[in-house]
Write a protein that binds this ligand. Structure first.
Ligand SMILES: [Zn+2]
Length: 324
């Protein structure tokens, strides 16, 4: 059956269709091309996401993104560099560029981005993080907690300082955790925190997605892709910044030569279908998690409409066309 849904809104998109927003060859035309291609998956607005890198590399990408006039760009998501330096929680972020949080460092990056950074993912245990959360929230920038090995007290301090999101909950944390307390339970229980999830079948097992979304509730759950340039491409090697990543035939993206995940090749329409399958929730409950709820998380609205074909028996969603 044909259905209509609001334009999808992705809070975390590192690249698409062979185009890497973190790459040295980024141009405004390449960004526009990636936005056109991601639009075919129903995404009409997104936050291009810049991961941990040197200031120079960050600034180069941020300058390009900030000059693209497309209304599809709802701002920039800065994921890092104020993240846990530990293997595990750090994920694919290069250790050499992970650093302490300072207002001064953020200001330089925000200046390079011409004020377009609207969301920052940071780890609250990093030196200076809580003071930076206060500064960001006071200046209207949203704060997400992620890539963290924080204690419950450190997480609570960040939430008290105004952090309102948890980035890809269940990923970007240690491989081995105490059964409780741990970062996952704390962020699941924090009522002021909306959690984002990568529902590609690789980052979180179906039962984990189901249990986490039930724990958070629909209104505090957001689907993101965390897609890298490999999304929309054939299996093979792709880059995210200076990091080499491998897309396998089953759709898993890993750091080349390791089992560690390095973003995804997920599209948001598929994330919706996967979430319906994994949780048993009706489609009408899942669509807001990829549209109106993420938009509201950064104080914005969705754009346009998606006309799609929905097959309830198999929970398959196919984007037919997108209108403004
Ligand atoms: Zn991440």
């Amino acid at each position: 059956m044909t259905i209509e849904l609001p334009g999808l809104f992705d809070l975390q998109l590192n690249g698409f269709g062979g185009i890497d927003f973190n790459g040295p060859d980024l141009t405004a035309d390449r960004v526009e091309e990636a936005l056109q291609r991601v639009r075919l998956t129903g995404v009409t607005r997104c936050l291009p996401t810049l991961i941990t890198s040197s200031f120079e590399d960050f600034a180069a990408s941020a300058r390009v993104l900030s000059r693209v006039p497309s209304p599809a760009i709802a701002g920039i998501h800065m994921e890092g560099p104020y993240l846990s330096p530990e293997d595990g929680p750090r994920g694919a972020h290069p250790r050499a560029h992970v650093r302490a949080a300072t207002v001064e460092d953020f200001r330089r990056r925000q200046d390079a981005a011409d004020g377009r950074i609207v969301l920052v993912t940071l780890a609250p245990e990093v030196d200076g993080a809580i003071a930076l959360v206060e500064h960001l929230v006071a200046s209207g920038v949203r704060v997400a907690l992620g890539h963290t090995a924080a204690t419950p007290d450190q997480l609570a301090a960040a939430v008290a300082a105004g952090a309102t999101l948890a980035t890809h909950l269940g990923n970007g944390c240690a491989h081995m955790l105490p059964r409780h307390p741990n970062t996952i339970w704390e962020l699941l229980a924090a009522d002021a925190v909306v959690a984002t999830f990568i529902v590609d079948g690789h980052h979180l097992p179906p039962a984990t997605v189901k249990a986490m979304i039930r724990a958070k509730g629909i209104e505090r759950s957001v689907l993101v892709t965390d897609a890298i340039a490999a999304a929309g491409c054939a299996p093979g090697t792709h880059t995210i910044g200076g990091v080499m990543a491998e897309l396998s035939a089953d759709g898993r993206v890993s750091l080349r030569g390791t089992p560690y995940l390095a973003g995804s090749a997920l599209t948001l329409d598929r994330a919706i279908a996967n979430t319906v399958r994994y949780t048993g929730l009706p489609l009408d409950d899942v669509i807001p998690m990829a549209s109106t709820i993420p938009a509201a998380c950064v104080g914005q609205t969705t754009r346009g409409m998606v006309h799609a074909d929905w097959t309830p028996e198999t929970a398959e969603l196919t984007v037919l066309r997108v209108t403004d």
